[in-house]
Design a protein. Structure first.
Length: 178
């Protein structure tokens, strides 16, 4: 069982280099880079599966949320995702990370919430879509608008999940003062 927990950690850590590998491979083999992105993005699901089934490790719990972001940053930089989108997303991540730390200090265990999970899914779909279009894997109006919809859904989920965390944090602090 410990082996599978370690597999989950290895999959998590692979995302730390995954985005950089995609960006490095892209100029030489764009379609390979796209499929590498898909593989690295799927590690998020597989590491979660192994962690739930065989036990969450300290390192996995600590680094999984960070690995999700580190996978996306090189993609967003290379493929010139709008700066304002990246700024809103990154600010959300910093605020939520700070709120989670404060909640842990108060003894409240904050597991990832569903809005945050869906945010991660749509950000991954959007990032993959950006690589997909740039690699010319699919090059039609349908794909363009589908991926554009991932962008807008991601933005809505980034903001909604931030509001969700702020409300959760507010209710914890309100209970402390009651």
């Amino acid at each position: 069982m410990k082996l599978f927990s370690k597999v989950a950690d290895i999959l998590t850590f692979s995302r730390f280099v995954g985005g950089f590998i995609v960006v490095i491979v892209f100029p030489y083999a764009p379609k390979v880079a796209f499929w590498l992105y898909v593989a690295f993005a799927l590690t998020d699901w597989f590491d979660g599966y192994f962690a739930r089934k065989y036990g969450v490790t300290f390192w996995g719990k600590l680094f999984d949320p960070v690995a999700d972001k580190v996978l996306l940053v090189p993609i967003f930089m290379k493929f010139e995702v709008p700066w304002w989108f990246v700024t809103i997303w990154f600010a959300r991540e910093l605020v939520v990370m700070g709120l989670r730390v404060e909640m842990v200090k108060r003894g409240v265990d904050i597991a990832a919430k569903w809005l945050g999970k869906w945010k991660t899914v749509f950000l991954s779909l959007y990032a993959g879509g950006v690589v997909f279009l740039a690699a010319k894997v699919g090059n039609s109006t349908f794909w363009f608008y589908l991926i554009k919809s991932f962008f807008w859904i991601s933005l809505i989920l980034v903001v909604a999940s931030l509001v969700d965390y702020v409300i959760a944090y507010s209710s914890v602090t309100r209970e402390e003062h009651s």
